[in-house]
Design a binder for this molecule. Structure first.
Ligand SMILES: Cc1ncc(COP(=O)(O)O)c(C=O)c1O
Length: 444
């Protein structure tokens, strides 16, 4: 049994939430079952820089950073000052804010695919705006997608195509309850990295595909020519190519992965880190694709909220002035080096992967069925040592050398426990519930 005394208050609130909030949390990734349930903290009291304090008073170095939405560091002084000053002037106006135009100019100057922009309040919403525009512009309905794109019907309807129990696309184990069945077959997943698969889907759905929606990468650089191949297929089939940069944008290049890999899609979606944790999303694209949106019904009261606009303008300018691209490259490289050093000092078969914005650890296992337990054990041991992470480490510009050192010490202790577990003591050492994986992404 887990010693739950360290997180008594977290458990109390979680029990109350079970009664009051269906699903307990607003984001699946914030459920206790996503980390080491019974050991990992579930509720935070405050956050500053690279750290947060949970509701039981424990401090953690944070490598999750609000699922990557925080990029400069929690409660960044410059962004928060800009937001507070804006709140004093009005958090929303009856009229439009001139910051809408200021931010649009900044985005057009920064993101290669941006000639025109539309705002929203989050990643999934910005994806839905992109899909509406793509369908409106092409007059076609079907979407080929690869990756995770939010909770909306257009995307979740893909789950009607597979047996939810078989662990197939894209939300294994979650049925599309409440999603209209008539949408079944309108969003079709394709396999990242496999151009033949994409070509086959175009052939099977000739003349019906409005858009390709994809995460251009998650953790590894795609094979040379892959994204160009996707772009060519989109063009040949009169489909709009949309890059979902909600997760991969900002850290590697401020202009997105499209700038880093030099492939410019017709449209792109950004959110999360663009505002250092304040609600914001944006759909950008070429003038040809975006201009017809003026005739479409795409409209919402809070898309003009001044807090998100002020936070975005300040965050993007701060990323530029703090030389973020070089800093993230350096942070990513240092984390990978650290992981490799710890692996060799412990002498455990494992490897590091990922770059710039997310170094991660993968432990070689004699039997893949052990992975959920071993990964949960790692998260459990890291939490006990004051580190909040999963198997990946998403830095912010506020992570210091000292944070990396402390993380390395915790990782060394945690991997030693895993060594013992692999020698046969796993079920005694694992005191948390097993980490569940209710969804996976369709990129490698
Ligand atoms: C690539 C990608 N697209 C869309 C989303 C959905 O964004 P949000 O949770 O802000 O709706 C996410 C969130 O994790 C994401 O990673």
């Amino acid at each position: 049994m887990a010693d739950k005394s360290r997180i008594t208050n977290s458990i109390k609130y979680y029990d109350q939430a079970t009664d009051l909030i269906p699903g307990k949390t607003q984001l699946i990734s914030r459920r206790a079952s996503q980390f080491a349930a019974g050991v990992s903290p579930v509720y935070a009291e405050s956050a500053k820089g690279s750290k947060f304090i949970d509701v039981d008073g424990n401090e953690y170095i944070d490598w999750v950073n609000a699922v990557s939405a925080v990029i400069l560091g929690h409660s960044d002084n410059v962004v928060d000052t800009a937001v507070k000053q804006q709140i004093d002037k009005g958090s929303i106006y009856t009229l439009n804010s001139k910051m809408e135009v200021e931010l649009a100019e900044l985005l057009v100057d920064t993101i290669p695919s941006a000639e025109m922009v539309r705002y929203s309040k989050g990643g999934g919403e910005a994806c839905s705006v992109a899909i509406r525009i793509a369908r409106g512009v092409t007059g076609k309905d079907k979407i080929l997608f690869s990756g995770y794109h939010g909770w909306h019907d257009w995307y979740q309807s893909a789950n009607y195509l597979v047996d939810p129990e078989s662990g197939e696309f894209p939300f294994a184990g979650i049925e599309p309850i409440g999603v209209p069945k008539v949408l079944a077959g309108t969003a079709l997943p394709f396999i990242y990295g496999d151009l033949k698969n994409l070509e086959q889907l175009f052939n099977e759905n000739k003349g019906e595909v409005a858009a390709i929606m994809m995460e251009p990468l998650r953790s590894d650089i795609p094979e040379k020519g892959y994204l160009e191949g996707v772009q060519k297929l989109a063009k040949e089939n009169n489909a709009i190519l949309i890059f979902d940069e909600v997760s991969c944008g900002w850290r590697t290049r401020i202009g997105g992965i499209q700038e880093f890999l030099n492939v410019t899609p017709d449209m792109s979606v950004f959110a999360k880190a663009m505002s250092n944790g304040y609600p914001m999303g944006v759909t950008v694209g070429s003038r040809d694709v975006m201009e017809p949106a003026s005739e479409m019904f795409i409209s919402s009261s809070y898309w003009s909220d001044n807090v998100g606009l002020a936070a975005s303008i300040t965050t993007i300018n701060e990323l530029k002035s703090r030389n973020s691209e070089d800093q993230f490259e350096d942070l990513g490289a240092r984390m990978r080096k650290t992981i490799d050093e710890v692996i060799s000092s412990v002498g455990i078969p494992a490897k590091s992967s990922g770059f710039h914005y997310r170094a991660s650890l993968s432990i070689d296992l004699p039997d893949e069925t052990l992975r959920p337990k071993i990964n949960t054990l790692f998260i459990q041991e890291m939490a006990k040592n004051g580190i909040y992470s999963n198997m990946g480490f998403m830095p912010t510009l506020s992570h210091t050398e000292e944070d990396i050192k402390k993380t390395a010490e915790a990782m060394e202790a945690s991997l030693k426990v895993i060594q013992k577990a692999l020698e046969g003591d796993l079920d005694n050492l694992l005191v948390s519930d097993i980490k569940k994986e209710p969804f996976r992404r369709l990129v490698r």
